[in-house]
Design a protein around this ligand. Structure first.
Ligand code: GLN
Length: 270
């Protein structure tokens, strides 16, 4: 079959079904093992390749995200394995990790803890871009398995601890970073099918008002931070005021917007 005809057919089908049209070329390119910009160089594809493409296209039409189809994604220029046991790294979180990297570098910080690490994208990105010793924890054994694989793949030494927040954490750190679950329980059912089906609810559900984890972190973080330690947290776009209120006994440093101009990273000091 002519590749151009197939691509056009798929794009129409995706548009009709309300699926991101550019995903069609992502899938085709992924199956052919080429860059999307190289697709125009290919004229014909064989039946076997077409069947393989259509199989993935069907899964995408059933709302399986492209990252999960190919079991990988990119975050801050690094490649990460993903599956349904971890929250797929979001571009929004690059703003959060960037803040942490800047703070670590500017202050020569030597130890960082990532709570609720999921795929490990925050911890591994910090380890790759700074000289700090990084520890990462998560309550989910299956998530930690993915995070460990990602640290090996990205060739960084991160210490992993299975822990419900601070339960199994012993040391003190210069900086604690976390992208905790922060979606209100009632909102979960309104999220995209892609998120509902393929991101773990455990990584999203922040309780009735979405703020459970900020309250828990606020209560305990003090015991796990060195004097003058930093706390860098990802928040939902509408949570700045509420989170500042929870951390009223802390020194507010800054709240940084993501690329969509939404409040995303909030920074406190003891
Ligand atoms: N930003 C994620 C989403 O929109 C939520 C991440 C979280 O709860 N920590 O799906």
């Amino acid at each position: 079959m002519k590749l151009l005809n197939l691509r056009n057919k798929l794009k129409k089908e995706f548009e009709l079904n309300g699926i991101e049209v550019s995903d069609a070329d992502f899938i085709v390119a992924g199956c052919l093992g080429v860059n999307r910009t190289e697709l125009t160089l290919i004229d014909e594809i064989d039946k076997k390749t077409e069947t393989q493409i259509l199989k993935l296209v069907n899964q995408r039409l059933n709302h399986k995200p492209v990252d999960i189809l190919f079991k990988q994604t990119y975050f801050y220029g690094l490649k990460f394995k993903v599956n349904k046991h971890v929250l797929t790294p979001r571009q929004d979180s690059e703003t959060v990790v960037e803040q942490a990297i800047n703070i670590v570098k500017q202050n020569n910080l030597t130890s960082v803890l990532d709570l609720c690490c999921g795929s490990g994208c925050l911890a591994i990105t910090i380890a790759k871009n700074t000289n700090a010793k990084v520890t990462a924890s998560d309550i989910s054994f299956k998530a930690l398995k993915v995070a460990k694989e990602n640290s090996v793949f990205n060739k960084v030494g991160v210490k992993f601890i299975k822990s419900n927040l601070f339960n199994n954490i012993k040391d003190k750190f210069n900086l604690i970073i976390s992208n905790p679950p922060y979606i209100e329980t009632n909102t979960l059912a309104t999220l995209d099918q892609e998120v509902q089906k393929y991101d773990p609810a455990l990584a999203l559900d922040g309780g009735e008002d979405g703020l459970d984890f900020y309250r828990k972190i606020e209560t305990e973080a003090d015991n796990f931070l060195t004097e003058d330690g930093y706390l860098v947290l990802e928040i939902g776009f509408n949570q700045k005021t509420a989170v500042k209120k929870i951390f009223k006994n802390w020194t507010f440093v800054d709240c940084i917007k993501d690329l969509n101009k939404k409040d995303r990273a909030i920074i406190f000091r003891r």
